[in-house]
Write a protein that binds this ligand. Structure first.
Ligand SMILES: [Zn+2]
Length: 289
């Protein structure tokens, strides 16, 4: 059985000491992967890794909305070890990203999007919450233009912001003459409502499911996974985060994408082979692998 983990971060600090082993374990298990960047540094590392590994690994380059603010700290614990990063108010530097995109390994732009999670407890030191929202929207609009210019699909990050996200993408897709040019891409790690999922499907985008769908308390998300057509679903780990139920609390890695496939197969009453193969073809088609 073969899988594509369409959203991995083997380019992150958490894999600093053993990324070759992690990658080899995945490839041995039939799992190919797309490593996703979140700022310039992790995007550049993602391209470098994909070039070094060659077959079975690709890169996405982007700026995650959280990195637009200054001094937001995020931390996580895996296997009893603490990992943290603090954001540094990065601008989307189109010229620098153009240079990265010259690599044939760059198959998507992302992850980029809107993230309103931190607005409730806002601690960025260089702007107000309203300014942060505005900056996120401006940057996303700019990145949509960049993706169109370099003719790559998008990997979107969206958290607590689905309605604004749908509005912005829809607006971008209509040019001055009223002609609709569809934005291509996937909304990664979907955690919204069924209504929001429908709007995303109406935009022509795919929906990515992570290990969250395997959690016992994720009943609403499981119902959504049941209803989203299989040909619009991509499988992801979002490793090192969000390890699926059987390995919950551990550091996640691409190999564990099979647990996400297993859960979707169970929900849709399909075989895991069918889920693995259809979602793999979806990734090949969307990212032109
Ligand atoms: Zn991610």
């Amino acid at each position: 059985m073969k899988f594509i983990d369409t959203h991995a971060h083997v380019n992150f600090e958490a894999f600093k000491n053993d990324s070759p082993e992690v990658i080899q374990r995945a490839l041995n298990a039939g799992v190919q992967m797309i490593n996703v960047g979140t700022n310039y540094k992790t995007s550049a590392r993602s391209v470098k890794l994909a070039e070094e590994v060659g077959n079975g690994m690709w890169a996405a380059i982007g700026v995650h909305p959280i990195h637009l603010a200054k001094d937001i700290t995020e931390e996580a614990n895996f296997n009893g070890q603490r990992y943290a990063f603090t954001t540094a108010s990065e601008k989307f530097d189109k010229r620098a990203y153009f240079q990265l995109a010259k690599s044939s390994k760059v198959i998507a732009v992302g992850e980029s999007g809107l993230d309103y999670f931190h607005l409730e407890d806002f601690r960025a030191t260089n702007m107000t919450a309203a300014e942060f929202v505005e900056l996120q929207k401006e940057t996303l609009y700019e990145i949509l233009g960049f993706a169109r210019e370099i003719q790559r699909p998008n990997i979107f990050h969206c958290r607590d912001a689905y309605d604004d996200f749908v509005e912005l993408v829809r607006d971008f897709g209509h040019n001055e003459t009223g002609v609709t040019e569809q934005v291509r891409g996937v909304v990664h790690c979907f955690t919204g409502t069924m209504k929001q999922a429908e709007k995303i499907l109406d935009l022509g985008l795919s929906i990515g499911f992570t290990g969250i769908v395997t959690f016992p308390n994720a009943q609403e998300l499981q119902e959504i996974a049941r209803q989203v057509p299989l040909d619009r679903i991509l499988l992801e780990t979002d490793c090192p985060y969000l390890a699926p139920q059987p390995v919950r609390g551990k550091r996640n890695e691409p190999m564990y994408v099979r647990y996400v496939a297993e859960k979707i197969a169970e929900l849709k009453e399909l075989t895991i082979e069918e889920v693995a193969e259809t979602t793999r073809q979806n990734a090949i088609k969307l990212f032109r692998l």
